[in-house]
Design a binder for this molecule. Structure first.
Ligand SMILES: [Zn+2]
Length: 309
């Protein structure tokens, strides 16, 4: 049976992660060495895409043994992403300052920013590239055991780090972020961060804190960033966001009044828009000089779903 859920960019992988099996070292060693394995390649967080796919970008897949040889057989820089049928799908991470697409991988493709690829890669390919990027980011940032400081060792095909001294086990991080569209009656509120491209306004957002429910985090962020009181929180969808490993939790936040004030720190400007204005903004790419977030961002999908109500 198919999962009935709204799928944002970076979700929608078709692979079987084989979570139960990948804990078995023998099974995992056989998958990593499987001649039928295929591997994607990342360098500086960017996936290798094929040169020959034209405007419709496609990931470049290498044969497993070749990919493994690129990292000198070091499983530290190899990740098991899952099974496609019975064939393992892997990812390798290349290091160094020089672009490998101009040396060892010449002719196979080029490395491109995942953010830019999100709009053009097939859904399932963007999802596995995002997964690999988050896993490798975690590996780089968490090399040492956070309990005793010893360098930890990779296990479970890249999904765990085990400390050889204190025996602690560490798992990849996912950092939840609430992202919400405040609304009242027939209007919704968008905010603007100073760093955004000219004219861009989008949903409010913020990291969740320990001891908070999703609803409480949403209400706190809306209060902090726009000085509005949330009275009802409604879930829309979620999005893995591999920069480096967030999970965006998309929400509609009904508010008690419309006296919004930006905090002047994270949000420099807030503005109310009617449903008609938002529909026009989405249909034409802008309204009164204001542009929404791009379609691969959950903020765009929130706005679109609200406008369609
Ligand atoms: Zn330790």
């Amino acid at each position: 049976m198919t999962l009935l859920a709204f799928t944002n960019a970076f979700a929608g992988s078709l692979l079987d992660r084989a979570g139960e099996k990948r804990r078995d070292p023998e099974w995992m060693a056989a998958r990593l060495a499987d001649p039928a394995a295929r591997a994607i390649v990342l360098w500086q967080g960017r996936p290798l895409v094929r040169e020959d796919a034209g405007a419709a970008a496609r990931l470049a897949f290498l044969e497993g043994p070749r990919a493994r040889s690129l990292v000198g057989g070091r499983d530290e820089r190899l990740a098991f992403l899952g099974l496609n049928g019975s064939a393992p799908v892997l990812a390798v991470e290349l290091e160094g300052a020089a672009d490998p697409a101009e040396s060892m991988l010449e002719g196979l493709g080029r490395f491109e920013e995942l953010r830019a690829l999100a709009a053009v890669l097939p859904v399932e390919e963007a999802a596995i590239a995002a997964c690999a990027k988050s896993l490798f980011d975690w590996r780089q940032r968490h090399r040492f055991c956070s309990l005793c400081g010893q360098e930890s060792e990779i296990a479970d095909g890249g999904w765990k780090r085990a400390c050889p001294v204190c025996k602690a086990e560490h798992f990849p991080r996912v950092d939840p972020v609430t992202i919400m569209l405040p609304w009242i009656g027939d209007r919704c509120l968008l905010g603007r961060q100073a760093a955004w491209p000219k004219g861009r306004m989008s949903a409010l957002a913020g990291y969740m804190e320990p001891g908070e429910s999703i609803e409480e985090a949403c209400a706190r962020e809306v209060k902090e960033e726009a000085d509005l009181a949330v009275v009802r929180v409604e879930y829309h969808s979620s999005q893995p966001w591999p920069f480096p490993s967030s999970l965006m939790i998309g929400l509609f936040a009904e508010v008690a009044h419309d006296q919004a004030t930006p905090d002047g720190v994270e949000v420099e400007e807030v503005r109310w828009f009617t449903r008609t204005q938002v529909r026009q903004m989405l249909a034409e790419g802008e309204w009164d000089g204001i542009k929404p977030a791009p379609p691969f961002a959950i903020a765009h999908q929130l706005l679109k779903a609200w406008a369609a109500r």
